[in-house]
Write a protein that binds this ligand. Sequence first.
Ligand SMILES: [Fe+2]
Ligand SMILES: [Fe+2]
Length: 311
Amino acid sequence: MTDLSQTALLHELEPVVESNLNRHLSMAKEWFPHEYVPWSEGRTFDGPLGGEAWTEADSTLPDVARTALIVNLLTEDNLPSYHHQIATLFGRDGAWGTWVHRWTAEEGRHGTAIRDYLTVTRAVDPVELERARMVHMSHGYSNAHDHHMLNSLAYVSFQELATRISHRNTGKATGDAVCDALLARIAADENLHMVFYRNLLAAAFEVAPSQTMRAVAEVITNFEMPGVGIEGFARKSVQIALAGIYDLRQHRDEVVAPVLRQWDVFNVTGLDAEGQAAQERIGQHLADLETAAARFEEKRDARRARLARVG
Ligand SMILES: [Fe+2]
Ligand SMILES: [Fe+2]
């Protein structure tokens, strides 16, 4: 079976983009970031306006919730890079172009809302946050799937859901009802984004089953969160995993497995030899993730028990 070119894929999937764009627009609810931020809690900062500098005592949020909020916000902040990536791949014409711009506009709201919340409530050090944003955005973002339409569609199907779970659980970890409501609102957007991409890839399975299967296998076996380039990401993601905000168990059970199930990957037929090999790799990867998740949970339980003993 010869692979479909990027141009052929764009053309084949255009009607599916159009119908899913319409579905998205009919389901997406308008919302306003300013309504989710407790402005009256704000105080002027030091600097040109001569207010009070941020101090550690200003923040009432648990450490790990702050870490997760920073990771989530920096991830949202890199939107120009993501936009560049999908605009290059999907183009700016027709339904594809409409989606690219609409999606970008929705994602832009997320960074605005989280930053306003963090600044007004003094939840994190604003100087450190701004410096981290500069470093992170100066590196830009690109992933291994940059130039391949199907790999990119597969990647964002998982990534939007991963982001949804991460926002949702970060909200809970803050113990702050205001922040929880804001992140739940953002998580609802991420879910609609996931559905859009997942439906598109489902259509790709019909058009080019083996090629799509290979793309999915490549993506899940090399999956990295979009925030991977953030300074200290490895350390931060361990903290986040230990707190149960985003860990291997959630990655397997709440992100990878449900999306694969929606595509019914193990019952896709009409595969060539490479497609079948990819299907087997996907099965193997799920089994490997299970082993790794169980091992992680065991270690985490042991660590919690140890910490409880120490008191
Ligand atoms: Fe987002
Ligand atoms: Fe999103």
